[in-house]
Design a protein around this ligand. Structure first.
Ligand code: 5GP
Ligand code: MN
Length: 334
């Protein structure tokens, strides 16, 4: 891994024209890592474009460089040759949408990620599943290349860390992390501004949508599982969009006895995006893998097609069987 970090730095020193991208349904870590890396490369005198196949959620538009993110169409019509394609926070190219086509044509791909199921699709793969956020890997690259941090680099890095640690709730704010956060703050990042945008900056449509999801919330104490859902009708009633559902899955784990939270989001008629969150003892990544998705042990997701009742029964049935099995082998829930 150290060797891959060095190889990534070599590419960053040698190449001149870069494209940086991240996964669809972009979050604060994907966007933060991409924007921080773009700023880092620009500081090194490189030509850089950030492309993303989707719309950047409005609550991330405060990030320096967010307004310069190119849509797939804008990128295709404006950018010619490139030396290196850098993909951040993305476990496999299938998660890039149409940007995957561009990746196939690239002669040099650098893959920077922290997902344990990363498929190592790059020519260089700086992948560290022990890192709480991909943005921390960008921080490590800046350190390795001795590029001084500034606000354009520090703000998106701290946003990535804040997002993926749930505001330091999912990963301990230990001495090392505290030191890094201190350095980012000293370089111009405001932790309170970032926390505000990531967690408490939502339009009224999003809050109404949250209300509907909370009304649908149920908890089954027999296997410690909280579930909720939002249909296309819910979105229409609230005049809400997909990005307005950000963070809803987290509410299930507010319940003290909950070990797992599952959120079913209808993103097209009878097409569900399923999000899973868990506490320490329950591996939701194995659930996501079973249904063709991915993620992390405590946060994972996948898509499933079918009517809500079928999707709901299939997923909860599988999770219930798994939870009861865990009880038998003496895991935390015994
Ligand atoms: P979320 O539920 O917030 O969309 O995603 C939680 C985690 O699971 C993130 O790390 C995300 O990258 C991953 N994830 C979500 N959906 C998918 C999917 O369909 N495929 C894969 N491979 N990973 C996913
Ligand atoms: Mn991440």
């Amino acid at each position: 891994m150290k060797r891959e970090k060095k190889r990534a730095c070599e590419v960053f020193h040698r190449a001149s024209r870069f494209v940086v991208t991240s996964h669809q349904n972009i979050d604060g870590d994907g966007l933060g890592s991409a924007l921080a890396l773009a700023s880092l490369l620009k500081k090194m005198g490189k030509e850089v474009r950030v492309v993303y196949d989707g719309r950047v959620p409005y609550f991330y538009l405060f990030l320096p460089g967010a307004e310069e993110v190119l849509s797939y169409e804008a990128f295709c019509s404006s950018f010619g040759s490139l030396d290196a394609f850098v993909v951040v926070d993305c476990s496999n190219p299938g998660r890039l949408g149409r940007v995957e086509e561009l990746l196939q044509k690239a002669s040099l791909v650098v893959n920077i990620d922290h997902h344990p199921d990363n498929s190592k699709f790059g020519h260089v793969n700086f992948v560290d599943p022990s890192s709480p956020a991909s943005a921390l890997l960008v921080y490590e690259l800046a350190r390795e290349m001795r590029i001084p941090l500034d606000a354009n680099i520090a703000v998106p890095i701290l946003t990535g860390i804040v997002t993926d640690t749930g505001g330091f709730q999912f990963a301990e704010l230990n001495q090392t992390m505290f030191t890094i956060v201190g350095e980012l703050v000293a370089s111009g990042a405001s932790l309170s501004t970032i926390m505000h945008h990531v967690f408490r900056y939502r339009r009224i449509e999003a809050l109404k949508l949250l209300g509907r999801a909370l009304e649908h919330l149920v908890f089954d104490p027999s296997y410690g599982c909280a579930t909720t859902y939002l249909t296309q009708e819910d979105f229409a009633m609230c005049n809400a969009q997909e990005e307005d559902a950000e963070g809803i899955v987290d509410y299930g784990l507010y319940i003290p006895e909950a070990e797992v939270s599952i959120f079913f989001k209808e993103i097209a008629p009878e097409v569900y995006k399923v999000s899973l969150r868990s506490r320490q003892g329950f591996d939701v990544l194995s659930v996501a893998h079973h249904f063709g998705g991915g993620g992390h042990r405590k946060a994972a997701g996948f898509k499933m097609v079918g009517p809500l009742s079928l999707v709901y029964e299939t997923v909860t049935g599988y999770v219930k069987a798994l939870a009861q099995n865990m009880t038998c082998v003496g895991e935390k829930r015994c």
